[in-house]
Design a protein around this ligand. Structure first.
Ligand code: G
Ligand code: G
Ligand code: MN
Ligand code: NA
Length: 253
């Protein structure tokens, strides 16, 4: 409860930030970023999203957190433009609890328009379960975003339920294989077979495959060989603060 109250105040004060973790192709070219919420608590220091996202979801604060993330992204993009830097698309995580009500969905879509965050600058990541819940709604946020041309990725693939059922039902552009299946891949024949199958299924549905949680070069090489399209993980880059992001963009310009 203490954490919930502190999070509420942090959102009011606008002190949550975004960290940006790059995604690369097999040749090491920079493709895009995942924007991850970060909270520096006055007493506790950095609180992990693994801790505060569940609190935000349970309390409903996730709605405000999601809107706040869009504003922070707008501010950070403006700063990059002012510095003469071009930023590739940034993907934001979208929780199903953020857009459960029609009014929440409208507010979210409205803010995208207001901030001028279109599909060239913004993408979304959704977990399997949240896509599945949302698709049953007449005014589904997923379908709305898709019809506006936003790239959607299915996040943490393989850890949810009914994966194949909704893969068929809705076509996302990207599939992100959960790091559970990526870590130690090179040393695991079973793991390789599984990931190879996931890649084949995704490609047959014209989806791009992203491996997340890439930490070891052997795993990355293995994934490249299997035809994986994009790579993200501590082994390539940690999530970056805006200053580090600027530096990376200068290097890749
Ligand atoms: O950043 P990582 O450090 O620990 O994130 C942990 C979890 O929190 C991940 O599952 C990630 O998708 C989620 N997460 C991070 N930032 C956001 C956010 O802005 N919104 C939502 N809904 N989830 C987020
Ligand atoms: O659920 P989601 O995929 O959005 O989670 C992203 C989270 O994964 C972030 O918290 C990010 O810090 C974390 N992450 C990114 N790369 C790695 C990695 O190589 N190893 C581990 N353990 N976590 C990672
Ligand atoms: Mn994600
Ligand atoms: Na993920």
């Amino acid at each position: 409860l203490r954490l919930e109250q502190d999070l509420r105040e942090a959102l009011q004060a606008g002190t949550l930030e975004l960290a940006y973790q790059p995604l690369f192709d097999a040749q090491g070219r920079l493709l895009s970023f995942e924007g991850l919420s970060r909270w520096q608590h006055a007493q506790r220091g950095w609180v992990s999203p693994a801790e505060f996202i569940p609190v935000a979801e349970a309390s409903g604060l996730i709605v405000e957190l999601g809107l706040h993330a869009l504003r922070v992204l707008r501010r950070d993009l403006d700063a990059m433009h002012a510095a003469g830097l071009n930023c590739p698309p940034v993907a934001i995580n979208l929780s199903s609890r953020q857009c459960r009500r029609a009014q929440q969905r409208e507010r979210f879509l409205g803010l995208l328009g207001e901030l001028g965050l279109g599909p060239a600058s913004l993408e979304f990541e959704l977990t399997e379960s949240s896509v599945f819940e949302d698709l049953d709604k007449p005014d589904s946020i997923v379908l709305a975003l898709q019809s506006q041309g936003y790239v959607l990725a299915i996040d943490d693939f393989g850890t949810g339920y009914s994966s194949l059922a909704y893969l068929r039902r809705m076509r996302c552009r990207k599939l992100k294989i959960d790091r559970l299946f990526v870590n130690g891949l090179a040393g695991s024949p079973d793991g390789r077979m599984l990931v190879e199958s996931i890649i084949r299924v995704a490609h047959s549905m014209h989806m791009l495959v992203v491996a997340e949680g890439v930490e070891m070069e052997a795993d990355r090489d293995c994934l490249v060989q299997m035809g994986c399209d994009q790579f993200q993980g501590f082994g390539l880059s940690r999530p970056l603060n805006p200053a580090q992001l600027h530096e990376l963009l200068r290097r890749h310009a």
